[in-house]
Design a protein around this ligand. Structure first.
Ligand SMILES: [Zn+2]
Length: 161
């Protein structure tokens, strides 16, 4: 599931809020403003990167509109219904959330990067035994390593035969 960023002026509370959306742009709140700052409308696989970008959007918006009271929030997957307005969170809380989110994501067993948010972009190889990788390249490297091990095992067996 990717993460998205948008700026909102909530209909009911009138709160100005930078939202990080779990699930990406499709899960943005309905009171979204037109993108004005770097990173808005982009999708991120990494929640920490999304959070740091959201904080820079927050700073830029506060600078541009110093009179407004501008908040930061995370819009969870379960708050998907139209009209649900995120509660303001501190920068510290949002970073804590991002770290926990980061820790529970699937990682590539080859390079330890976060796996692509869409499972259709995961790669495997013939002898991977169900193991998945982040890229064609990592799957090929894992295949090469498997073959090298298999050859080494065969040579060892021959030596002691
Ligand atoms: Zn990888």
């Amino acid at each position: 599931m990717p993460y998205g960023i948008s700026r909102q002026i909530y209909y009911y509370t009138g709160d100005h809020t930078v939202e990080i959306q779990c699930g990406g742009g499709d899960y943005a709140g309905p009171d979204m403003l037109v993108s004005a700052y770097e990173g808005e409308g982009r999708e991120f696989d990494d929640p920490v990167e999304a959070t740091l970008t959201a904080i820079s959007v927050l700073r830029a918006w506060r600078k541009a509109d110093p009179e407004a009271d501008i908040n930061l929030t995370v819009r969870g997957r379960l708050a998907g219904e139209w009209g649900a307005e995120g509660e303001p969170m501190t920068v510290h809380d949002v970073i804590t959330w991002a770290r926990a989110e980061f820790d529970r994501l699937d990682r590539c067993p080859r390079c330890d990067e976060i796996m692509p948010s869409n499972e259709r972009d995961w790669w495997s190889h013939e002898f991977a035994d169900g193991e998945k990788f982040c890229s064609d390249n990592c799957a090929s490297l894992a295949y090469d390593a498997f073959m090298a091990d298999a050859v080494a095992d065969m040579e060892e067996e021959e030596e002691y035969a």
